[in-house]
Write a protein that binds this ligand. Structure first.
Ligand code: MN
Length: 246
């Protein structure tokens, strides 16, 4: 079902909107996002639309700041407030990943070294088994064939990023950060948090010296299924913390 251009696909439930806002606050509190980075959600009733805040630091986002975009990353309301330069990350991934309903772009500090070296990020423990599906690295200079300011400020950069991400849950962005995707905003938030944790732990393991025993592919697969079945536990805690209930 698609909605005519410049017409909203309609409101989403209060709870869904609250979860989208909470994801920004959670990722800010957990140190994954600072003044930059963003979280989006595909529109629950129209897959050709997505929801993303206006150009604002994640910790300041409220329900009133959420803007509806089409998959070309144009706002549905021509009078919408200014959006993020890098919103094409979201639209271009939604176009090619029907399984994805939430996209997060971060400058998660500990992941950056893995985008600029030959060291491959791999799952070090059961919380990050999703990384066992592979961690591609997107290099804007290589993909675009020219010098840029590193930002995904054109649809073409977003298409390249989506192609490099392919069917994976996370891609590193060389000299920049990463993009994390999932079937819903809770799992995407979880993955963004534990990608940062895994990066930190893997660097600590490297400092310990010697070969590292990463999760085997089958262990990664099995742990991913178990943890994501428990998603309510971290989500309820993180949401309660940002909503001032704890
Ligand atoms: Mn960025």
């Amino acid at each position: 079902m698609s909605t005519p251009k410049n017409k909203s696909a309609g409101p989403i439930s209060k709870e869904q909107l609250e979860d989208l806002v909470a994801a920004s606050l959670i990722l800010a509190r957990e140190g994954i996002l600072d003044a930059f980075g963003h979280v989006s959600m595909r529109h629950p009733t129209d897959p050709s639309r997505y929801l993303l805040s206006r150009n604002l630091a994640p910790e300041l986002v409220t329900a009133a700041d959420i803007v509806e975009y089409d998959l070309d990353s144009e706002p549905v309301d021509p009078n919408a407030p200014r959006g993020f330069l890098e919103r094409y990350i979201h639209g271009e991934i939604y176009k090619v990943r029907p399984d994805v309903n939430s996209v997060i772009h971060t400058h998660s500090p500990s992941v950056v070294p893995f985008g600029i070296t030959k060291t491959v990020m791999q799952p070090v423990y059961h919380m990050s088994g999703f990384l066992g599906r592979g961690v591609p690295v997107y290099d804007i200079r290589k993909e675009s064939g020219r010098m840029t300011d590193i930002l995904i400020r054109e649809p073409g950069h977003g298409r390249d990023l989506a192609r490099v991400l392919a069917d994976k849950p996370m891609a590193l962005m060389r000299g920049h950060g990463n993009v994390v995707v999932a079937g819903d905003v809770k799992v995407a938030t979880y993955r963004a948090v534990y990608t940062e944790m895994n990066a930190r732990l893997q660097m600590q393991a490297i400092l310990c010296g010697g070969p590292i025993e990463f999760l085997a592919p089958e262990e990664a697969f099995l742990t991913e299924a178990t943890i994501e079945g428990q998603i309510h536990r971290p989500w309820d805690l993180w949401k309660a913390k940002v909503m001032g209930k704890r």
